[in-house]
Design a protein around this ligand. Structure first.
Ligand SMILES: *Cc1c(COP(=O)(O)O)cnc(C)c1O
Length: 396
């Protein structure tokens, strides 16, 4: 079955096995119960002992979450999924699961979502976990680092933020697997429509569903999609740690996912138009966009991403612009929202220097290519002419 169809049907319309012949709700209801009862204590005993499938306590699992989890596992062809209270919780639990039976060492891509870098350096490293970074787009360096560090886990993002670099996931997975390391991929920017990391050798794929999957800027959540081995570990961690998503958020996420493929196609086609318009604008000195034939990872992009689906993010640089010019440009925008997020239906602009890369030292930022004139645009699903008109008047 195609992904657009799965997005609408997977996970929903479960008959209650305890009530044969009863009605079946077309969409999954919001189950708010913290615990569940059974006709007999013997059955509760079997459910608690995990000899029989069933719900007993919502920290372990919940029928609304289970529907979302089945949906996500289906979209990414994983064995199972765990819905978490935020994207960061999903990243945290996935890293713990990856390291459970492995060396307590993580090799991470050097370009990462800011909070992920903080999680590695400010939370996990002080706990005694070894953290190393590598340019994930340089396979020779990745090979050397894996050899030298013998990490238990390799962590990367499918598409990096905000410069949109794309590592060769299949090759990185081979290198990680050969060294006995788990590969965890943050697939938030790509979504399962563009890339399904488990099909490329990853053990776990994590998402901030806050972004494209829920898609409306009204829910915070995360998901881990895993192979069988890591699904069992994440569910065990879940019972103990309780990173669970609330059933209301789970419902909103599932509602959002039904239209995510349609939205994503529009995001991508709009982004393509905006990127080519920006390229010819006299005030724009550089456009970072995955469809660019001169992109440094063009060969990998062609292999990994479907034709025409290059994501919603367009990062560009204004000629000779400092903070002041950037603030002026952003303040003049009338339609495009200035906020720290992405993946919403509306177009959204973020200035990395004051937001995602605020805590990075200016010199280090320059070295990373995050210049003062750089801005990240997540192109929404409005009429593309209106988005371009807004950018045009703001750039005047
Ligand atoms: C937003 C984001 C996260 C964190 O997700 P939250 O839902 O905000 O916790 C992690 N990784 C990437 C790539 C993101 O864009």
């Amino acid at each position: 079955m195609k992904i657009e169809t799965k997005a609408i049907h997977a996970g929903d319309r479960k008959a209650d096995p305890a009530k044969p012949g009863a009605f079946i709700p077309v969409t999954t209801p919001i189950y708010t119960a913290a615990s569940y009862i059974y006709e007999s204590t013997a059955q509760l005993d079997r459910v608690l002992g995990r000899e029989e499938d069933g719900y007993c306590y919502s920290r372990y699992d919940n029928p609304t979450n289970a529907a979302l989890e089945e949906l996500m596992a289906s979209l990414e062809n994983g064995y199972g999924a765990l819905a978490c209270s935020s994207g960061m919780t999903a990243v945290h639990i996935a890293l713990l699961a990856a390291l459970t039976d492995r060396r307590k060492s993580i090799l991470a891509a050097s370009a990462l979502y800011g909070a992920t870098t903080s999680l590695l350096c400010k939370v996990l490293e002080p706990l005694g976990i070894e953290i190393n970074f590598v340019d994930i787009c340089d396979l020779d360096k990745v090979r050397v680092k894996i050899n030298d560090n013998q990490p238990g886990c390799v962590f990367m993002e499918t598409i990096s933020n905000p410069l949109l670099r794309v590592g060769d996931m299949d090759r990185i997975a081979e290198l990680a697997r050969a060294a006995g390391a788990a590969l965890v991929v943050d697939n938030t920017f790509a979504t399962p429509l563009l890339v399904r990391p488990l099909e490329h050798g990853a053990h776990m794929s994590v998402h901030s569903v806050t972004k494209f999957l829920a898609g409306h800027g009204d829910v915070l959540g995360g998901v881990i999609v895993s192979d069988q081995e890591h699904h069992i570990i994440t569910r065990n961690l879940c019972r103990t740690i309780g990173p669970v998503l609330g059933p209301f958020e789970s419902y909103l996420t599932m509602r959002g996912i039904k239209t995510f493929a349609l939205r994503m196609e529009r995001h991508c086609s709009n982004a393509c138009r905006v990127a080519s318009w920006l390229t010819s604008h006299p005030r724009v000195s550089k456009v970072h966009y995955l469809a660019d034939p001169a992109h440094p990872d063009a060969a990998v992009i062609r292999r990994l991403l479907p034709e025409g689906l290059y994501g919603a993010i367009v990062t560009f640089e204004l000629k000779d612009a400092g903070k002041q010019e950037m603030f002026r440009f952003m303040d003049r925008l009338k339609l495009v929202v200035r906020a720290t997020s992405l993946g919403d239906v509306h177009s959204l602009v973020l200035y990395p220097v004051i937001a995602s890369h605020r805590d990075v030292a200016p010199k280090q930022r320059e070295r990373m290519g995050i210049h003062d004139g750089l801005v990240r645009l997540c192109v929404g699903i409005e009429a593309v002419d209106d988005i371009i008109a807004d950018l045009e008047q703001a750039l005047e």
